[in-house]
Structure formats: C-alpha cells, structure tokens
Design a protein around this ligand. Structure first.
Ligand code: C2E
Ligand code: CA
Ligand code: CA
Ligand code: CA
Length: 278
C-alpha cells in the first residue's frame, strides 16, 4: 500500500509538472494569439424545450493556434484570468458577439439575445463594465439582448463591490445568469441578494438525470426553488432525448447542449437558425 501511495504521489507531481509546462506554453503564446486574431467566437443555441424555439445564443471563446490547432477554453481561460489577458480576450468576445447579434437582428431574428461569460476579473474591471453599459447604444440593441453568465463562487457572494456591479447591470436591464448552478457553492439566500434572473443548471446534473434517482430529485428541487423565486432556468449539457423528455415536464425550462447543437461558428449559426425557425 505504501508503494502504491508513493507511486501515486509521483504520478500526481508528474501531472502537476506537465500542467505547469503546458500553462507556460499557453501563457507564452496567448499574447500573440490575441493580436493575430487567433481567438474567435462560437455560438451554441439556447432552446425552449417545449416550443423548440431558439431564445438565445451562448458565445464561447475559441483559440486556434496555427500549428497546434484548437486549444480548449478549459485550458486557456484560467491562464488568461491569472495573467489578466482575460480582459482583452473578453473584450474581443463581447464585441464580436454584439456585432454578430446585430447582424442576426438585421436578418430578422430580432428576439435573440446573446449570452456572454464573465469572470470575476472582468466584473472587477471598471472600464470593462463601462463598456458593457455602452454596448446597447453602440450596436443599436437593447440591454435585454445581452445576458451575462457569472459562475457562482464563494468569492462572488462575499464581495460587496461585485454584488453592487451585478445590481447595476441588472438595473440597466441586462440579463444576469448564474452559471454552473449546483456545482459548487449554492445558496438560495445569496441568489435573492444579487437579483439574478436566470440560473443555468450545471451539466453534471443533466448527465445523471436519467441514471440517478437522487439527482433527479435534486433537480426537481432546484427547479421548484427557481420557479418559486421566479427565476428562469437553463439546463446545460442536454445531450439525449431522455434529457429533453425529463425536463419537458416543467414549464419555462430552456435547454442547451449537443442534442440541439454543438457550439458552431457564426456562418453556421445563421444556417441553423434559418432551418430551425418557423
Ligand atoms: P461554460 O460557461 O459552462 O460553457 C459550457 C461548456 O459546455 C462549453 O465548453 C460547451 O462547449 C460545453 N457544452 C455545451 N453543451 C454540451 C453538452 O451537451 N455536453 C457536454 N459535455 N458539453 C457541452 P467550452 O466551450 O469548452 O467552454 C468551457 C468553459 O470556458 C466555459 O464553461 C466557460 O466557463 C469558459 N469560457 C468559454 N468562453 C469564455 C469567455 O469568452 N469568457 C470567459 N470568461 N469564460 C469563457
Ligand atoms: Ca457559460
Ligand atoms: Ca462559466
Ligand atoms: Ca456552465
């Protein structure tokens, strides 16, 4: 047992070392990636499960390195948050998304909103927030055409400046969604405090929905609570028709996942919308 423990430790430190090397590579190439236009935005539809209508699109950052190919956000977003590059990356994503949404509105999809991920670093950046507030006027859109997704963390709810910023955005009529709900720190009390309007149920719940009775019960409870607080619900990671059938029992639940579409580039989104609109 002792030997196994030692091997495990070695294996673990080896993994840490590889992660460190990988992060250094990412950090080294991320600067150039931003100025060379290697960062783009893909979109994933958010769908009304009952009517099958598309209500919004989540904007997701993509990095395609000329030699190494796609580097997933799970790898580079964390690095960008640590070294501050999340500000220029986040700006690019936000401006691109706003431009693309404007185009879609001009093509007749005027009900659509765009949903943009924000990290705490972005929320704390006062110029970034100012830019957000000016977006509707700049692009000729309404605040309700923008949703901002904020991942729930303890840090978020303990920081009164952050809570104030979120309130300010909410007062301007922007949509605010809590991302990855139920994954980490979840508190109903805090949810009320920051007056969000949507929760996104983490995909780990949806994955286990049909396999695990306890998870199904918990999901029931989350949806009941959200309804009671008059919050909208988006279920993430909807991959199977079983997921759709389970979630269809509820009113006002939106879904997002591979069942409907993977995140796809802008030109493909236009085609997708044309095909799936009545
Ligand atoms: P997230 O905000 O939870 O985004 C949803 C992730 O789930 C995306 O991964 C999406 O591709 C994936 N996904 C969607 N449907 C399914 C499904 O049915 N099954 C499975 N297994 N996965 C699904 P992605 O694009 O790799 O992004 C990972 C994370 O990176 C995001 O998680 C988000 O936290 C972060 N991120 C991405 N773009 C941005 C950005 O522009 N700014 C910030 N701050 N974070 C971003
Ligand atoms: Ca998200
Ligand atoms: Ca997130
Ligand atoms: Ca999420």
């Amino acid at each position: 047992a002792k030997k196994k423990g030692k091997n495990r430790y070695l294996f673990y430190s080896d993994e840490l070392e590889q992660r460190r090397i990988r992060n250094a590579w990412i950090e080294q190439h991320l600067y150039a990636a931003i100025s060379n236009g290697e960062i783009s935005v893909h979109y994933q539809p958010i769908v009304d499960l009952r009517t099958k209508e598309i209500s919004g699109l989540e904007a997701l950052a993509r990095w395609k390195h000329p030699k190494s190919g796609f580097i997933p956000p799970s790898e580079f977003i964390q690095v960008a948050e640590n070294n501050g590059l999340i500000i220029p990356i986040g700006s690019q994503v936000m401006e691109t998304a706003a431009q693309d949404l404007k185009q879609l509105h001009e093509k007749g999809f005027q009900h659509l909103y765009i949903s943009i991920n924000l990290s705490l670093k972005q929320l704390k950046h006062s110029d970034f927030i100012k830019r957000i507030i000016s977006l509707p006027e700049i692009y000729g859109l309404k605040p309700e055409h923008f949703q901002f997704e904020i991942t729930e963390t303890v840090a978020l709810f303990e920081d009164s400046d952050l809570i104030r910023t979120i309130k300010k955005l909410k007062e301007q009529q922007f949509r605010i969604a809590i991302d990855d709900f139920g994954k980490g720190f979840s508190s109903i009390g805090y949810l009320k405090q920051i007056t969000v309007d949507t929760i996104k149920i983490d995909k780990s719940y949806v994955f286990d929905l049909c396999k695990d009775k306890e998870i199904a019960k918990l999901t029931n409870a989350i949806i009941a609570m959200a309804n009671f607080l008059q919050l909208k619900i988006i279920a993430e990671g909807v991959e199977l028709s079983e997921h759709v059938n389970f979630l269809n029992k509820y009113q006002n639940v939106l879904g997002q996942g591979y069942y409907f579409s993977r995140p796809i580039p802008f030109d493909q989104i236009t085609t997708y919308l044309q095909k799936h609109s009545k």
